[in-house]
Write a protein that binds this ligand. Structure first.
Ligand code: BEZ
Length: 428
């Protein structure tokens, strides 16, 4: 297990950025190469701390007053979502660096586990951070299926959980809890915002396409709710298994259905491949393609001409004019030699949420209920625009309508103002 202190600044951040670029969208890698990379990463991440200091045992535990805040990243560092996990970690670390490497006056110690976006390994991975490493907070994850297991383990152990991406509606719905917070979105939210946009444009017959797992299915459900409420009809819901990228047969089927428009959910490496395949099939200028913004966020360099003009809805965009976003973008670019994306913003805001909790208890993380109360009541000064949390602990936030221009998702307006997830089934 790596233990990183936040004292490692420029060099380590630039190294992280290089790793981020190297891992980005390695979708052409063979299965063997991917398995070898996964193994290498998991070996590196599970190296005990004492092995890093020339085989000497780790120092004895610090006293409670001087003990650092222990942050456990459970994120994908391999596979189709690897770039997303790295961006979240980068954003989180940037905020901590900006506070002089401390939160609430205390040092911060990082632990990390590669969750590989694999739900089957999720309970064991979550327990590594919670039981073995005894972290104060789990920051994870990206994939909705993995998230469900983390929520369960965090609730069983009453460990603070901040979800920096995965939209699983259940986490701030029927599985909500006093210790479960999200800095990102529910899957319902960006889908619902786009359903309104497409209906308001007079489209009537839409086909949807996504990976068959919670994120895709719940995005489609949000889209359908808003779209059909306004008189539209989802005529066919197409899916393929996650993280399959064999889109050709489905694209051919869509072309034969001749819908007014198509709504999709894809992200990371799969989103790059889908956008390129859609354009290569000649459908880009024939059938309007709409999506939640993950289709084009952090992916535009790789998608190139195929993405130009695509419109999506998301809680972040390029071209925002708030000073908080401008300073965040400048700092991120300086630290990592990269432009930030929505995932970096969500990581940054997860750190801001943790900071609100730590500050309220002067660093005494044993006062769990006070930490939870403070995070729940916080107003987060986010680069996306300030937000508060709903009673279910999900951001109430604006959803931008964005259009791809060059390598930017330019905001062209607000699609849904202060949109709150309905939090169905949450009894908080
Ligand atoms: C999810 O699994 O919840 C998810 C993954 C990538 C982007 C957005 C959502």
């Amino acid at each position: 297990m790596h233990r990183f202190t936040t004292r490692c600044r420029g060099a380590a951040m630039a190294a992280d950025a290089r790793r981020h670029r190297a891992l980005s969208f390695a979708i052409a890698a063979t299965a063997t190469a991917a398995a070898a990379a996964t193994l290498a990463i998991s070996l590196a991440l599970s190296t005990p701390a004492h092995a890093q200091s020339g085989g000497k045992p780790a120092a004895p535990a610090a006293s409670a007053a001087s003990a650092p805040i222990k942050v456990g990243f459970m994120l994908p560092y391999s596979g189709t979502y690897a770039a997303l996990g790295n961006a979240i970690e980068n954003g989180f670390r940037l905020y901590v660096q900006e506070q002089g490497g401390k939160l609430g006056g205390k040092d911060v110690e990082f632990h990390k586990v590669d969750d590989e976006s694999d739900p089957a390994k999720a309970p064991e991975n979550a327990n590594k951070l919670i039981k073995r490493d005894q972290v104060d907070v789990v920051v994870g994850t990206v994939h909705s299926g993995v998230q469900m297991a983390i929520v369960k383990v965090a609730k069983e152990n009453n460990t603070l959980l901040i979800i920096p991406n995965a939209g699983a509606d259940e986490a701030t719905g029927p599985l909500c809890g006093p210790n479960v917070f999200r800095s990102s979105f529910s899957n319902w939210q960006p889908g619902y915002a786009m359903g309104e946009v497409v209906a308001n444009r007079g489209m009537k017959r839409v086909v949807t396409l996504t990976w068959k797992y919670a994120a895709g299915e719940q995005s489609v459900r949000g889209f359908k709710e808003a779209f059909e409420k306004r008189g539209g009809k989802v005529m066919r819901e197409l899916t393929l298994p996650f993280p399959n990228v064999e889109f050709q047969a489905l694209i051919t089927e869509i072309a034969s259905l001749k819908p007014d428009a198509v709504f999709v959910f894809f992200a990371g490496g799969g989103a790059v491949k889908f956008v390129k395949d859609w354009a290569a099939a000649g459908l880009k200028d024939k059938i309007p393609l709409y999506a939640s913004g993950f289709l084009t966020d952090g992916t535009l360099q790789a998608q190139g001409a195929a993405a130009q003009g695509l419109e999506t809805t998301l809680h972040y965009a390029d071209g925002l004019t708030n000073p908080r976003d401008q300073s965040f973008r400048a700092a991120y670019a300086k630290a990592y030699k990269l432009q930030p994306d929505v995932y970096a913003v969500q990581g940054y805001d997860a750190a801001q949420m943790l900071a609100a909790g730590v500050k309220a208890v002067n660093g005494d993380m044993s006062r769990k209920n006070d930490v939870y109360k403070a995070i729940g009541a916080a107003r987060i000064d986010s680069p996306r625009g300030a937000f508060t949390l709903s009673r279910a602990h999900n951001p109430v936030q604006d959803f931008y309508l964005r259009k791809v221009e060059g390598t930017e998702n330019r905001s062209v307006g607000i699609a849904a103002k202060a949109l709150a997830d309905p939090a169905r089934g949450c009894r908080l």
